[in-house]
Structures are given as C-alpha cells and as structure tokens.
Write a protein that binds this ligand. Structure first.
Ligand code: SF4
Ligand code: SF4
Length: 330
C-alpha cells in the first residue's frame, strides 16, 4: 500500500524536477563548452574518507576501505603541480566522508593563499561540525563557496535519512552562521535531500530562506552503482530513473580530478567509492600528479563516452541526469 502511494506521487516530483532542471539548464547554458577548454580546471580534495553520519542514500555505509587522512606533503605537491598545469579551483569534497573531520583542513586552505591563480575554493559538508566560529575561520582561510547537505527541516525526517542524532546541533549552527558578519562574504547553498512532497512549506525552511540561505532540493538520489535501492528510501524519496544512454561525456570528465585520502587520483570524484580501475590515474605517492594527468587515462575515458563504451561504473550511474547532460529513461 505504502509503495502504491509512493508511486502515485512520483509523476508530480518528476515534473517539478524537470521544471527546476530546465531553469538550471538555462542559467548555466554554455557551461559545458567552457569546461572543455581546460579539463583540469578543478582539483577536488578528499582530505579524509571518515564520516560522522550514515545517510540512507549514500554508499558510505558500504565502504569498507581503510579510513585515512591525506598526507600534507603530498597535498602540497599536488597543489603546486595542479596550479602549474593551469588549475584554478579547489574543492574540498570527499567521494564519501566529511570534510570537517579532516584535521588538516584549515592548513590546506591556508596553503592555497600562496596561489592567486586559485579563484574558487569550495567546501561540502553535512554541517554537524560547522559552528559559527568554524565557518568564520573557513571564510578567513579563503573559502568562497559553501554547500551544506541536510534533509527537509523536520527532526524525524533527518533522523530517518541522515541516521545521526545531531539535528538540533545542525539547526543551531545554521541559525548562528546567518548572524555572522562573514555570511555575505561566501556563497552558501543548502542541499536538501528530502522524502517530503512539499519541503518548501516547512516553517524552518521559510525561516532560513528569509535569513538569506539558497537551496537546492532533491527527492531523487543516485543508486551508487546499484548499492542504493528504492525500497531502502523513506517517504517520497526515490532512486532516480535510469539513464537512456550516455549520449555525451559525463560532466565528471570535464569537471576536474579528485585526489583521494590515500593519494590515488580518480577522474570521478562523485561515485568512485570502490577505487574503480578504469577511473584511476594512479597514485601520487608513486608518480607526480602532472605525469598522471597526462598518462592517457582521461583520453581513454573521453573516447569511451564518445563511442558508447563507458566503464562499468558509469553504466548504471544516473548522476549525469542531475546535471541535465543526458536523458532519463521514462
Ligand atoms: S552523504 Fe555525506 S554525510 Fe552522508 S554518509 Fe555520505 S559522506 Fe557522510
Ligand atoms: S557517469 Fe557516474 S560514475 Fe561515470 S563519471 Fe559520471 S558520475 Fe562518475
């Protein structure tokens, strides 16, 4: 019965999703073409692969890899080489993990100040450890863009979805950050993963909207290579419909590269939780970053997408539809 009600409302969410995506597509028209000019414009850093949450829609719960922190000397050498290869943006975004659990995060950000070439520094976090003081220190260290992920603003929804007990802490962090004199010095987006049909009707949502936060709302999530199943998701939250095919290369192929906590370099900083062989350039412990990024891995992936011969990890992945770069199958 529950599944029937769930399926009944899916078309409504698909339509709202389409409308939202059409707007995003219009706003960022020409974005992909601009990325193609410099395929290594962004370096993503997985400072640690540890997390303090256990989200129902994330593959972290299945990640058995050893928990690590990226060595600081390796990090510095990667940044030096990335900048000399023309890089301009750094993003602190683990494949899975919580960026604020990285005890070297502030040092890493401060190191970037050495390079005026770096024009954007992003951070993605679940916000649990993001007190006003931490937020201000991050802005002072150079953070330009902040993304905070949460559920819809209801405690029981959060606890079902994020499966931790820090909801009250998160709400108090968000309220205090909005009062900071650094609030307008950084672009802040809250990414809502929700199982609610009308998340914007919520009182707390309206309060934070008034305080100046921007929101991105998702009822759909990726299947993480079939690790996440629809029946595991609560309420009106769904695994995104399958992709028709990869009609063009995934944005991950242009968006940049990810340096993982163990020193390995992957083209897909979004879904490569299992260290996929075809996505991995190698490890900067053994080979300098500038040699890895020129070792033919990127070209092989790009050609594969153009010839409809994508790596296995990409076959079931629905991430490109979130970026409007490929079509859904429904
Ligand atoms: S979605 Fe983020 S916060 Fe949640 S378990 Fe995964 S890595 Fe941790
Ligand atoms: S299709 Fe999915 S797995 Fe493949 S590169 Fe894109 S985001 Fe990564």
């Amino acid at each position: 019965m529950k599944m029937n009600v769930k399926n009944f409302f899916m078309p409504y969410l698909i339509i709202t999703n389409h409308v939202r995506n059409a707007w995003i597509k219009y706003k960022y028209r020409g974005f992909k073409q601009s990325l193609q000019k410099n395929k290594y414009v962004q370096l993503r850093i997985e400072g640690t692969n540890k997390c303090n949450s256990n989200c129902v829609f994330c593959a972290y719960q299945y990640d058995k890899s050893e928990k690590k922190t990226l060595d600081f000397e390796l990090y510095k050498s990667a940044i030096d080489q990335f900048v000399s290869e023309g890089g301009e943006m750094v993003s602190f975004i683990p494949v899975v993990g919580e960026a604020l659990l990285d005890k070297l995060l502030f040092e890493r950000m401060k190191y970037l100040k050495k390079y005026p070439e770096i024009v954007q520094i992003e951070l993605f976090t679940n916000g649990i450890l993001l007190t006003k003081r931490v937020f201000e220190d991050l802005v002072d260290a150079g953070m330009t863009d902040l993304f905070i992920s949460t559920s819809g603003f209801e405690k029981d929804q959060y606890e079902k979805m994020f499966r931790n007990s820090f909801y009250d802490k998160l709400i108090s962090n968000l309220a205090e950050i909005a009062l900071s004199d650094r609030f307008l010095k950084c672009s802040i987006n809250i990414i809502i993963y929700t199982d609610s049909l009308f998340p914007t009707f919520n009182r707390q949502y309206k309060r934070f909207k008034k305080l100046g936060y921007h929101f991105l709302i998702n009822n759909f999530v990726d299947n993480w290579n079939d690790k996440i199943k629809d029946y595991n998701l609560p309420g009106f939250m769904y695994v995104a419909p399958k992709l028709k095919n990869h009609s063009s290369p995934c944005l991950q192929i242009y968006r940049g590269i990810t340096l993982r906590a163990d020193g390995s370099l992957t083209q897909c900083g979004c879904r490569d939780v299992d260290h996929d062989r075809e996505m991995t350039f190698g490890n900067i412990k053994d080979t300098p970053l500038h040699e890895l990024i020129n070792n033919g891995t990127w070209q092989k992936l790009y050609d594969g997408f153009c010839n409809k011969n994508v790596p296995d990890i990409c076959k079931k992945c629905t991430i490109p539809i979130f970026w409007n770069s490929n079509e859904r199958d429904y």
